[in-house]
Design a protein around this ligand. Structure first.
Ligand code: ADP
Length: 368
């Protein structure tokens, strides 16, 4: 086969299963060859639908799917050179690790010698050689996942599709296997599309995170961009680690502007190039919880270049390397600061303390 490139383009994709409601709509996305891409979003937002359409298990109602520059709509998975790894791993319980891995090659008519040669090389790659003759039931969850991955990878797909591959594992193993998935993707050098509803999983793994909501893409980009520069309230709240404040622009003069909201009387906001603000305009902004510093009310003044909101501490949660401090400002909404652990215990704050949350103005992210 000549098809080798694994870059993917979804162009104007919409999918309706029943001819009425759309599971996804208006999907445009380019995934570079060899990228680790995570589709992230709550249950029902259309992640698996996209995965199945790329795999070739479903066809879009409208639009094109290009793999390596070629439209693959209508082609079978084998012809597209895609492979899917399922949540349940779907291993054959009565076959050894080696036979499970070699299975797809039997379907393709390779001789036994060739099948085993390839399976042995693949086991070497994913460090399963010593388990070659075991049955799936004699393996740990992590090892089973490696078998499932090896079984999908042995067909030399240019795109590997993973549907919630870590959700069956316990927390500890999930984090270990996350690292391993990433390593295996780099070893294999092929494009991975991984579906997850877990923010930290996507951020830890992906070169490219695609945040979805109700059948649409809200934002796609490198993990750091999604976390540090969410585009809108939905992405900021879904990714987490942010405070989202709403208000209206109430002052603009030269290089400074402010907004007022129900949760605070007034905060300064940055004037970013390419974004014009108007008086009275409703606005959402995001402030990272780890960019916020807490000071005791009345004891210190807000430094130049910073802005602040006042409030009362509602709760304190020790998290190990930082302390999560929840405060209520003027409204009902919560405002959260992540205070580095050592700093917090230099001057421990407790529920009921009056504080000011301070952050640098240029750390405020204006949302769409
Ligand atoms: P996710 O993977 O994000 O949980 P899905 O792609 O599974 O989301 O589902 C998106 C929407 O499409 C949901 O409303 C779901 O009910 C619907 N849907 C998914 N698969 C089918 C199907 N085979 N037939 C009809 N509706 C479906």
């Amino acid at each position: 086969m000549t098809r080798t490139r694994g870059d993917i383009e979804l162009a104007g994709i919409a999918k309706s299963y029943d001819g009425q409601a759309y599971a996804v709509d208006g999907i445009n996305l380019k995934i570079p060859d060899g990228a680790y891409c995570c589709l992230l979003g709550p249950s029902g937002c259309g992640k698996s639908t996209i995965l199945r359409m790329v795999a070739g298990h479903e066809d879009p109602t409208v639009g094109e799917i290009l793999i390596g520059g070629e439209n693959v709509v209508g082609l079978a998975p084998l012809e597209r050179r895609t492979a899917m790894m399922f949540q349940s791993y779907a291993l054959f319980p009565h076959l050894s690790v080696r036979d499970n891995i070699a299975f797809a090659l039997r379907v393709r008519g390779l001789s036994k010698t060739d099948r085993y040669l390839k399976a042995d090389a693949m086991m070497e790659k994913v460090r399963l050689t010593e388990f070659a003759s075991r049955l799936p039931a004699q393996l740990s969850g992590g090892q089973q996942q490696r078998v499932a991955l090896a079984r999908a990878a042995i067909t030399e797909p240019r795109v590997l599709l993973l549907d919630e591959p870590l959700s069956a594992l316990d927390e500890h193993l999930r984090i270990r296997m996350r690292t391993e998935l990433r390593r295996m993707q780099q070893d294999l050098g092929i494009t991975f599309i991984h579906v997850t509803h877990t923010q930290l999983e996507a951020i830890a793994l992906a070169d490219m995170v695609v945040v979805m909501d109700k059948g649409q893409i809200r934002q796609a980009g490198p993990a750091r961009e999604i976390y540090a520069a969410p585009k809108d309230r939905y992405v900021a709240e879904f990714i987490g680690g942010q405070n989202v404040l709403s208000g209206r622009v109430n002052y603009i003069n030269g290089s400074t502007a402010t907004m007022a909201g129900s949760m605070f009387s007034e905060i300064a906001i940055p004037l970013s190039p390419g974004r014009t603000l108007e008086m009275g305009q409703p606005l959402d902004v995001a402030v990272r919880r780890d960019d916020v510093e807490l000071m005791r009310l009345g004891h210190s003044s807000v430094p130049a270049g910073s802005t602040s909101v006042e409030g009362t501490i509602l709760g304190v949660e020790y998290q190990g390397n930082f302390v999560k401090v929840m405060m209520a400002a003027a409204g009902e909404e919560e405002f959260v600061a992540y205070v580095p652990e050592r700093r917090f215990f230099e001057d421990t704050m407790t529920v009921g303390d009056r504080v000011i949350a301070v952050w640098q103005i240029d750390r405020t992210q204006l949302l769409a």
